[in-house]
Design a protein around this ligand. Sequence first.
Ligand SMILES: [Zn+2]
Length: 250
Amino acid sequence: MGDQKINLPERLDLIAVGAHPDDVEIACGGTLAKLARKGYRIGIIDLTDGEPTPNSPSPEVRLREADQAARVLGVHKRIQLDLPNRRLFDCFEHRVALAKEFRRYRPQLVIGFGEKTPMASPDHWQAMQITDAAVFYSRLTKWDEYFPGLPVHSIQRQLYYRLAVEPDTLAGNPYHQIVDISDTIETKIESILCYKTQFEHKPNIVTRVRAAATVTGAAASVTAGESFAAAKPFAVDNLMLTLALEPLSD
Ligand SMILES: [Zn+2]
């Protein structure tokens, strides 16, 4: 079984993981759209189909909305895992299911949930734990019985996002990064509005998302921002480049 080889798809630079279709758009849609425009290969993994919800006639309709939102953002691949919505739990099988996708697409960076979402779906917190574990499982050797034909893959960086409909509560994190999404905030909103079943009856989503992006961006003196916390500190080679500073030229 260990010799079985699978034809692997082209690698992705970055995979963002959500519990439900629309989580990733709300959390970091502006950042994904921006990186896609810069030529990075971006993937989204939704752990569940997010259904049922009150105004969606079927999972197929929600899936079509998710595909449309992915096209708006310009991401290359969107995968929906068949894990159970509303009763998503961090367990061995769910960790392996996600780690298999990491081994298949071999991303450099994984972004996922970083916080509880009080009074909203508990699936989000479970998704964070599943993602943490899957990042680790992706690089474990001598486990072919669970990952037949899939290579071991070490993910270089992991970031946490927050659902950007609330004030920026990661502010106290010492590894806090803000991405300037001034030029993609409208794309982000357009992607969220693809989810008619989720937001047509809640038009204030636009106001909330825009307000959260404004507050987050203001902390770094830009018009709109999305914030991330690093799962652990990372060392940089070129500090100037990391600070978005090009060499002076005369
Ligand atoms: Zn959600």
